[in-house]
Design a binder for this molecule. Sequence first.
Ligand code: F0G
Length: 354
Amino acid sequence: KSPWKGIIREYYEFFPVNEKTPIVTLLEGNTPLIKVNNLTKQLNMELELYLKFDGANPTGSFKDRGMTLAISKALEEGSRAVICASTGNTSASASAYAARAGIKAIVIIPEGKIATGKLVQAMVHGATVIQIKGNFDQALNIVRAIVKEYPITLVNSINPYRIEGQKSAAFEVCDQLGQAPQYHALPVGNAGNISAYWKGYKEYKEKGKINNLPKMLGFQAAGAAPIVLGKPVEQPETIATAIRIGNPASWATAVQARDESGGTIDMVTDEEILKAYKMIASFEGIFCEPASAASVAGVIKLYKQGYFEKGSTVVCTLTGNGLKDPDTVFKVSDIPHVLPANLDNVRAFVEKLL
Ligand code: F0G
């Protein structure tokens, strides 16, 4: 079996690329689909639950799937600079792929509201980092205006190549399961990813690779749930800073994914998100970031409401790596023990644990 070549080369016929496209890749994709063992048992959930761990991508989030294509096409079109607004992961990914392509990246982020790991990624890759005293929605409006005036390529998910690349995750899930799951759950922020997955599943079916489609389940944070409430949220707030978004750009296509698939878009509280986040890490050994846990929190919520038939196959995407946001760990974990540096003390302590 030949080694993995990155999503563009692996799923070439599904993308708007040709031999002239300079492929900028960090060999993203091919992330693990991990069957859940303990969490479902703990919660008495009769589900075949899988986690698609997209935190295993090169920059630690699913954004790399879209960025490989967006940056490759930007280069093909002769662009010398890219710009994005971000809650952190898009800026990390854009910065890395722009560095790889040898072009400039400018990223606009809400000051103090992105996780430390994401901020340092943009910095180390050499992007120009602009923090605004405002939120993601305001940053995105600024970016939209700037690209109208200057020859800079916008690489937020309103760039269609982003969605195109991200649909590769749906292909992988089908390849890994041998079919589409019955349900696919995702956190929803700017609503690009749920739109991308649905497009991917539909295209895979059209090509005859699968003959079923999942119901799409999207979960917003309760303090940032415009789609659930049916109106924009002026001051979105949630511990899951990645999805702290009040007016998603891909609102319409997310609703379409929900309705065409017969799924739902619901919300989960920060408390539910943190509980799921801790359970995924401590029962399954998988460290995702808080926003990612919204997918699992949502499935737990719906299960309790009797939403699923027993034994259903459910895939949750864990969109980002937990290492990006070390600060949240301190809110949910025991602090390390401090002991004197001598054997007697440590031995006595360890003995009590057994
Ligand atoms: N999970 C993580 C870890 C994210 O970073 C994002 C979005 C989402 C879920 C939601 O995906 O926006 O396609 O609905 N992060 C963007 C960013 C907004 O700037 O990094 P979505």
